[in-house]
Design a protein around this ligand. Structure first.
Ligand code: NAD
Length: 354
């Protein structure tokens, strides 16, 4: 499996290095034959190539079997004409990565403000309120006068159907519950269509229990009783916000892994950003990127029918649970280790996995 690894900005190089250590251990233990193709994106690429991402990099990623994208300082990248392209958007759009799969669960040993839970947010990734991916060229956010802005939101049958199918397939491998999150009381046409299509797609999975919830009420439900949710499917911006909440409820944003999946490509990416406040301090939690990389291995295993990749992903996930519960983790989840030592501890556990 050829994997392009882009460490990214801020804490990116630290957590990417810990992730490499764990993946190398998994490759050795499960004979995966992982072939890493490190490259650069974000600020370093802007300095060296004049753009945060380049066409040559995209071509390299297209030829690979997977991409690990470290956190990017997206907020710094404001002007595409100066090469300041949002790398997340770039890959999601160019590789048509339509489903952003963001698991969140509590961990034994990590204090949680809510009870135990284990859920997945499946967020539509290619349209919605995101002005940079709704239209072929330019932005769907317009300055009408100095005091008036209009932001357009795109919802299409095609994108609703495919993200709904991804969520249903996932729910069938879990507890078979699907919750559709929307704002159809206000966005009657767009979210009305989203619910209708999700229900149509879900009707082909008769074993699924399906309900729906308005997004504002959902914020209360997920804080009050997250255990009642299994797979949640929602549009782009609602999913972005909701999944940060669920990651934080699980104990730390540093535990929020995610996979951006399309029909041909997949990109592992932590839910958090470049955390400039703790960059270079060896205290960032690498688990979000490591768990994202585990999702990438599992998705490759499923696509290619390779049991060894599924076993490796399960071993990484167990290593994270066990290490955290025994305090072999960073301070945000109650441990005393730095980023590098956390990566090493996880790598040893994966090498010893049965
Ligand atoms: P952030 O997610 O980087 O950080 C928010 C808070 O969580 C900070 O206190 C940070 O220290 C903490 N945190 C984040 N990741 C952590 C980890 N692995 N371990 C321990 N603590 C962690 O959000 P921000 O500060 O608002 O954004 C910083 C930059 O990241 C901005 O440029 C933003 O646009 C960008 N961003 C990128 C992505 C992405 O690449 N997917 C996502 C969100 C934000």
């Amino acid at each position: 499996m050829k994997i392009v690894l882009l460490p990214g900005d801020g804490i990116g190089p630290e957590i990417a290095s810990a992730t490499m250590a764990v993946l190398e251990a998994a490759s050795r233990r499960f004979a995966l034959g992982l072939d890493f193709m490190p490259d650069i994106a974000g600020h370093e690429s802007l300095r060296r190539h004049g753009a945060t991402v380049t066409p040559a990099l995209l071509e390299k990623v297209r030829q690979a079997d997977g991409l690990i994208l470290g956190p990017m300082a997206t907020y710094d990248f404001k002007d595409e004409s100066k090469g300041e392209i949002n790398p997340s958007k770039f890959f999601r759009k160019a590789l048509d990565l339509y489903a952003n799969v963001r698991p969140a669960r509590t961990y034994p040993g990590v204090p949680s403000k809510v009870g135990a839970f284990d859920l997945v947010v499946v967020r539509e990734n290619t349209e919605g309120f995101y002005a940079d991916r709704n239209i072929e060229s330019g932005s769907s956010e317009m300055l009408i006068t100095p005091d008036v802005v209009i932001s357009l939101r795109r919802i299409t049958r095609h994108c609703c159907e495919r993200v709904a199918r991804a969520a249903c397939e996932l729910a069938m491998t879990r507890r078979r519950r699907l919750t559709i999150v929307h704002k159809a009381n206000v966005l009657k046409l767009g979210d009305g269509m989203f619910i209708q299509i999700c229900r149509e797609v879900a009707s082909h999975y008769p074993d699924l229990v399906v309900d729906d919830c308005i997004v504002d009420a959902m914020m209360a439900h997920v804080v009050r009783n997250p255990a009642r949710f299994d797979v949640i499917v929602t549009t782009n911006m609602f999913g972005d916000i909701l999944s940060d909440l669920t990651a934080e409820l699980s104990g730390s944003l540093g535990l929020g892994g995610s996979l951006n999946a399309g029909d041909l490509h997949a990109m592992a990416q932590a839910a958090h950003g470049s955390a400039p406040d703790i960059a270079g301090m060896n205290m960032a939690n690498p688990c979000a990127l490591i768990l994202s990389a585990s999702q990438l291995l599992a998705s490759h295993g499923k696509r290619q029918g390779l049991e060894s990749f599924l076993k490796a992903a399960a071993a990484i996930d167990s290593a994270v649970v066990d290490a955290i519960s025994q305090g072999q983790a960073t301070s945000d989840v109650g441990g005393k280790l730095g980023t590098e030592a956390t990566g090493q501890a996880l790598a040893h556990r994966v090498l010893d996995a049965s």
